[in-house]
Design a protein around this ligand. Structure first.
Ligand code: GLU
Length: 413
């Protein structure tokens, strides 16, 4: 395992929090061990009759504070280590924002872009059926992540419900509205990234009005963050996807229209091309990595000129990249805080499903803002009083809550 593997990074962050909180070695053993890991084979009959077998995972890292919660990722590069790391991050994220959940993550090692709609449906249903014994509204509640969306959640909800014999909307979040989804869930992660950006700028004494932003990644998180930031009066000057980035557009919506039909932002009319590497080094106020893990590393961090980095993606920064940004005086808003808007509104969706009572968009917005602002202020206060980074403070808050819950529940038998 290299020091740049997401699991090594997540464990190093946990070790630091355990030390800073002066927790015991018993606490460390419990906190650093995933509760339950399920690895499954997911066979798929391709449209041409060939059968492929993909590896699937569901990791329930913690169930101490409630059912485990976290997304399902369809990406060719995922493996067990990364899934454990992401499930661990979900645990601290849910605890930091005080949601009554543990943490989980799952996925299938497949490039979803190579699947037809029908293949995607069959794969989603088979994966769901393989993990069926361990999911459920009181056990573990999946949601969208990289490579999955509300369509996959609809199929997961249906597969689970057909097996139960009645509709169980609360088994997954991020569903279409008509199936019990929540207003505002689609944009929630991006909305949260935008709120975190605005607050971090203010704390840095920078006026958000007219502040410039570069966003790496133009998926669910990057796009909605861009829309929300433009609404708040910031200027998004560059966006990118896996193929590269563009600058010089008037509004991100123009780029979206183009990328919907062309599958990439590259070549959007009236824009100039830049590489992802160049985007990271742009002279902007805010940089938002909203793609995959490990984009800010020892080799890319020193080029960053932004004063604030807001982690829309999960685990986009290696420890070396983090150290370089910290020593350069960059304020880093860590993933478990910056992108927590998604799971916060997932929680609202689950609550609505369980009560069969649905909220207005305004209620969702207000409650998201309330929970996120509370976490931001808590992180800022702790970072100040303990003289630690925001990442360290966020981990300390999340880890301390899980450790306390462990202690109070005790060890059975
Ligand atoms: N996949 C999202 C995350 O990483 C959302 C998880 C959820 O809503 O359960 O936070």
């Amino acid at each position: 395992m290299t020091m740049e593997s997401p699991l090594a990074t997540a464990l190093a962050q946990l070790r630091r929090a355990v030390d800073q909180l002066e927790l015991s070695e018993n606490d460390w053993k419990t906190l650093s061990t995933p509760r339950r890991i399920l690895e499954v084979a997911v066979p798929l009959r391709r449209d041409d009759g060939r059968v492929e077998i993909y590896k699937g995972y569901r990791v329930q890292y913690s169930t101490t504070r409630g059912p485990s919660k976290g997304g399902v990722r369809f990406h060719q590069d995922i493996d067990l280590d990364e899934t454990v790391a992401l499930a661990m991050l979900m645990t601290w994220k849910c605890a930091l924002t005080n949601l009554p959940y543990g943490g989980a993550k799952g996925g299938v090692a497949v490039d979803a872009r190579t699947l037809s709609l029908q293949e995607n449906e069959r794969l989603t249903r088979r994966y769901t059926s393989e993990i069926l014994p361990i999911i459920g509204p009181e056990r573990d509640i999946p949601a969208p992540d990289v490579g999955t969306d509300e369509r996959n959640m609809a199929w997961m909800m249906d597969t689970y419900s057909v097996n139960e014999g009645f509709a169980v909307p609360s088994v997954v979040t991020g569903k279409p509205i008509v199936l019990g989804g929540s207003l505002g869930r689609n944009s929630a992660t991006g909305d949260g990234v935008a709120i975190s950006t605005r607050e971090a700028l203010k704390m840095r004494g920078i006026n958000p009005q007219g502040a410039t932003v570069a966003i790496q990644g133009f998926g669910k998180v990057g796009y909605w963050a861009a829309v929300a930031l433009e609404k708040m009066g910031l200027r998004v000057v560059a966006v990118s996807d896996v193929s590269g980035g563009v600058t010089g557009f008037k509004s991100v919506d123009d780029v979206l229209e183009y990328s919907k039909t062309n599958g990439t932002v590259l070549g959007a009319p009236g824009t100039d091309h830049i590489t992802n590497q160049e985007l990271l080094g742009l002279n902007v106020d805010v940089l938002i990595p909203a793609a995959l893990a490990d984009s800010i590393t020892h080799s890319t961090a020193s080029s960053i000129k932004a004063k604030v980095v807001v982690e829309g993606a999960n685990a986009p920064t290696t420890p070396e990249g983090d150290a370089i940004m910290n020593s350069n005086g960059i304020l880093v808003v860590p993933d478990i805080l910056a992108n927590s808007g998604g799971v916060i509104v997932s929680y609202f969706e689950w609550v609505q499903d369980k009560q069969n009572y649905f909220w207005s968009a305004e209620d969702v917005r207000e409650n998201l803002n309330k929970i996120l602002m509370k976490s931001i202020v808590e992180v800022e206060d702790l970072a100040k009083s303990k003289k630690v980074t925001w990442r360290e403070a966020a981990h300390m808050l999340g880890v301390a809550r899980v450790a306390e819950a462990h202690r109070l529940r005790g060890l059975y038998p």
